[in-house]
Write a protein that binds this ligand. Structure first.
Ligand SMILES: Nc1ncnc2c1ncn2[C@@H]1O[C@H](COP(=O)(O)OP(=O)(O)OP(=O)(O)O)[C@@H](O)[C@H]1O
Ligand SMILES: [Mg+2]
Length: 205
């Protein structure tokens, strides 16, 4: 089982992904990872991607770097863990690329799809929670961050396109993607995710 958490910055992905990992680790071995990063190579690439000094980065360079970091994460960590029968929970995965580089940067979506499949070694998540949180609520949550990274420093229009992108992904792939209202308290969101998983994985309550 491969589960991913997606959403704009400050939507509440990491909090919910970790709660979900805690919950499922009572039943199976769980690997919690984050994309981009987690591996030595992935973290080095993440540093290049988020560095605000790299203002000149071309959108295709950005796309390729995300795919490269993900490829390393998938081969080094995700696939071996899944092959041993574990559950992998990833904080962001290729839907972030569709939302940010596809809808945000407006690169062609067919190019994004090809690169997503290449970087993911054709691995498709079994289940994706898209945490849908209003922009002002999400930015209020992360607003206290002293140094926004290169993507967090993008315009409001870019962030709106990213949010619309996530909603489009949920609409296009309703079997895989579950849109979750992220404007509620942490506990209410977790309860919804928990009951969905209990049903889906048939685990006892
Ligand atoms: N539902 C919620 N209600 C109020 N605060 C929340 C909620 N979910 C998360 N937070 C808080 O908002 C901040 C951002 O949450 P979190 O780190 O989970 O977001 P994220 O989507 O992972 O953001 P990023 O993309 O920047 O990693 C944290 O301080 C977290 O404790
Ligand atoms: Mg996070």
């Amino acid at each position: 089982m491969f589960i991913t958490f997606e959403g704009i910055d400050g939507s509440g992905k990491s909090v919910q992904a970790k709660r979900c990992a805690d919950l499922l680790s009572r039943h199976s071995p769980v690997l919690y990872c984050f994309d981009p990063g987690h591996t030595a190579i992935g973290n080095a690439v993440r540093g290049i991607l988020l560095n605000t000094a790299h203002a000149e980065m071309d959108p295709r360079t950005e796309l390729l770097l995300y795919a490269a970091a993900r490829s390393q994460l998938v081969t080094e960590e995700v696939l071996p863990f899944l092959n041993k029968g574990g559950i992998v929970i990833s904080d962001r995965f290729y839907d972030s690329t569709t939302a940010y580089q596809g809808y945000g940067r407006q690169l062609p979506l067919d190019l994004i799809r090809r690169l997503n499949m290449t970087g993911a070694h054709d691995l498709v998540p079994d289940l994706t929670f898209i945490i849908d949180t209003e922009l002002h609520t999400a930015s209020g949550r992360v607003g206290r961050a002293a140094d926004p990274d290169r993507l967090e420093s993008e315009s409001q229009a870019f962030k709106q396109r990213v949010q619309q992108g996530y909603r489009a992904i949920a609409e296009n792939e309703p079997e895989r993607c579950k849109l979750i209202d992220g404007n509620r308290p942490v506990e209410a969101i977790h309860r919804e995710i928990r009951s969905f998983l209990e049903e889906k994985l048939n685990i006892e309550k």
